[in-house]
Each structure stands twice: as C-alpha cells, then as structure tokens.
Ligand binder design. Structure first.
Ligand SMILES: COC(=O)c1ccc(CCNc2nc3cc4nc(N)[nH]c(=O)c4cc3[nH]2)cc1
Length: 376
C-alpha cells in the first residue's frame, strides 16, 4: 500500500495525500463512513459512491464475526463480494467493540473472553484470532488487536494496559506476516497507539508503534470522554513521533470541529458513528450549521435541507418534509438524514483538502468551524 503526500499547509501540520490500495485510491484527509455490520446503516452502496462520494468504509470485526459469521463471509469470497462494495474497507479489530458492547468481557494476557450481545454465547478474541478473522473478512486495512484504555484511569492501569497492547501488537504482526491474504488482493495492518492521556506513556507507545515500521499508524484511546483539549494535546504529541510519511488514523473522531482541529495537527484518516447515529435521531449537519429537524421551527420550512451542499437528498427534499418523516418514524427519514450527514462529512474533508492545497487551511478552519458548529 502506497501513501504519497501532495500538499502541506505552511501554517499547520495539515497535509493532503493519496493512499493507494488494491481496491482503489483514497484522497486524504478522508472520512470513513462506519458500516458496522457490513452496511452503512440506511444507505445503499450506489448512494455511498454517487452521492456521499465515500472512498473507504469501515466494518467491525466484532459484529461481522458474530453475524453473518466467518463461514458465510468466506463462502461469499469476503465482505467486498458479500455487500458489493468494491472500494477499500478498513475493519476495526474488536477491542473497542467488546469493551463498549459486551458487559461480560474479561481481559487476560491471552486475549479477551466475552459473551455475544446477540445470544449470550461465549467467545474469545486473541491477537492471532482477530488477525485470522480480518483476513477472512478481507479488509484492505486491518487494525491490530488492542485494549482501548478507558478514560479516566490511574497511571498504573494505563501503563499496564498499554504494555499489554504492545505485547498483543507483536503477536498480531507475527500472525499477520505469516498468513497470506485469502482473496488475491493485498491487505495491510495498522498498529494503534495507546497510553491514555499520560504524556510519557503516549510517547513510549508512539515510539513502539513507529518502530514497527508499518504502512500506516492509528491513534487509539481517544474520543472516550476526555476533554477536547486533552485529545488535541495527545494528538500533537503522538504525531510528532509517528513517521510523517505514513497515514495517521485517529479512531472514533468526531465532530466537524474535532476533525478540522485534528487535520491541522497532521491526522489523515477519520471514522465516527456520529453522522449516521445523529441522523437517525434527526440531528443534521449542514453547511449552514447544525439542525435538529424535529424542532417545531422547521414545520413549514419548504426550503431544501441543504442547498449549498448539493447532492441528491440535500436538494431534492425540504426541511418540512424531512421533519414530517422523522416525526412519523418513516424509514425514508433515516435514509435521507443519513445521506445528508454523510455527504456533509465527506464534503467537509474535501473542503479541507482544497484549502490545504490552496495554502490557507489554517485561516479557513477558524471561520468554518464557527459556522458549522452553530445550532440553527
Ligand atoms: C452520536 O454520536 C455517537 O453516538 C458517538 C458514539 C461514540 C463516539 C466515540 C467513538 N470513539 C472511539 N471509537 C474508537 C474505536 C477504537 N478502536 C480500537 N481498536 N482502539 C481504540 O483505541 C479505539 C478508540 C475509539 N474511540 C463518538 C460519537
């Protein structure tokens, strides 16, 4: 997998690049719509390509392993064949999902035992096992098996957790480097930096991850409830150590403001459930600001959802109509709102990319953040 940096912003760490995979090119900075169980909820593949202009989507090892399960995915020839998405896919490794979904998990040196949130059946995720699962899913980018250290936590816990994540990373690399891709196209493995919000631990973890010299690196353990300022300080610290010629992926982030700030700090890749989850609750991100479409005020506003954004849903449907659909809990409401928010998120990173190329990203960021985060 090749990463080429194109433009760099003179006043910040922002940069644009192109990541080439066997399933096509990704222009960075990029936002990856989350398709947890093999689908980006309420959105068709064609809409993801034509309206959202998504370039890579994310899947989850935890969910796909439980349902549809490895035998169906293997028989289908991998997830790309199963869901018809023929562009790049990144899969998260399950560490975070087990932590956030299964309240019966036990963490041991060998791995994490847990009960399925679907039928209560018992399972264990080990670094080796999770590499094999992601090989079977066929993700172009596989994530290492880590522990997403909870926030806040004592220094001792953060260090122990980070050290185990490092031992698990070594096991992931050994397994990954000694097993072939299953479906004839290349897969790559990204390690994940931990260390909670402790400066020395984050430096140690970033150094250990950088030493592995993989084709891309991720920053984990953030967007877990820490204050934004802590997040930004940690990103700055870690990005100073991670190699600048490899893509940097900030996991689980975030709001438009978080994303623009992190781009300025040198982050290239993002994923978050926020656009799709907020959409299903009627909270819309638009080029004019944030709209809670269920609010009375949109009752007879027949203007398009987001004229300036362009794209099908944003211009074809009115605010009043979408408000009606959401209040009536019509499925079409979730579909339109999800399209709006995802199209917005891809628009946002594309705007950032243009501004970086134009050399005025740092100036543009401030005004744009203020405008996008205002509640209409
Ligand atoms: C409406 O919006 C929402 O519901 C909503 C929910 C959760 C997040 C935060 C998600 N944060 C997050 N996802 C993450 C996924 C991760 N995966 C691995 N393997 N390791 C990590 O260290 C890790 C950290 C994360 N932090 C953001 C938004």
């Amino acid at each position: 997998m090749q990463f080429t940096i194109q433009a760099t912003d003179p006043e910040s760490k922002a940069r644009t690049g192109v990541l080439s995979t066997d399933h096509g090119l990704i222009e960075t900075p990029i936002f990856m719509p989350v398709g947890t169980a093999g689908t980006v909820k309420a959105v068709h593949q064609r809409e993801l390509v034509e309206d959202v202009r998504a370039e890579i989507i994310l899947g989850n090892t935890y969910h796909l392993y439980l349902r549809p399960g490895l035998s169906v995915l293997e028989k289908a020839g991998g997830l790309h064949r199963f869901n018809g998405w023929n562009r790049p896919i990144l899969t998260d490794s399950g560490g975070y999902q087990v932590y956030s979904l299964s309240n019966t998990r036990k963490i041991k040196e060998d791995g994490v035992t847990f009960k399925s949130h679907i039928d209560g059946s018992k399972h264990i995720f080990t670094p080796e096992g999770v590499m094999d699962i992601q090989r079977t899913i066929g993700a172009d980018i596989m994530m290492a098996f880590d522990e997403c250290t909870p926030y806040p936590c004592e220094y001792g816990y953060a260090r122990t957790s980070m050290e185990m994540t490092h031992r698990w990373l070594t096991r992931c690399i050994e397994r990954f480097d000694s097993t072939p891709a299953k479906y004839g196209y290349q897969q790559t493995l990204f390690p994940i930096v931990q260390g909670s919000t402790y400066k020395d631990l984050r430096q140690q973890s970033a150094e250990f991850v950088a030493e592995q010299q993989r084709e891309g690196n991720a920053i984990g353990g953030l967007a877990v409830g820490e204050p934004a300022e802590e997040m930004y300080k940690t990103i700055e610290l870690v990005n100073a150590i991670l190699p600048s010629d490899k893509p940097r992926y900030l996991m689980g982030v975030g709001t438009p403001e978080n994303i623009l700030e992190a781009i300025a700090l040198g982050v290239d890749m993002f994923d978050c459930v926020m656009p799709t989850r907020n959409a299903r609750h009627g909270v819309l991100f638009t080029t004019q600001g944030i709209i809670n479409i269920k609010n009375e005020r949109w009752k007879d506003d027949f203007s398009p959802i987001d004229e300036e954004l362009g794209g099908y849903a944003s211009t074809f449907y009115s605010k009043a109509y979408l408000r009606h659909l959401m209040r009536s809990e019509e499925i079409l409401g979730a579909q339109i709102a999800s399209l709006q928010n995802l199209t917005f998120y891809l628009w946002l990173v594309k705007q950032a990319r243009q501004q970086i190329i134009g050399g005025n990203f740092a100036k543009w960021k401030g005004a744009m953040t203020k405008k996008l985060m205002q509640r209409l």
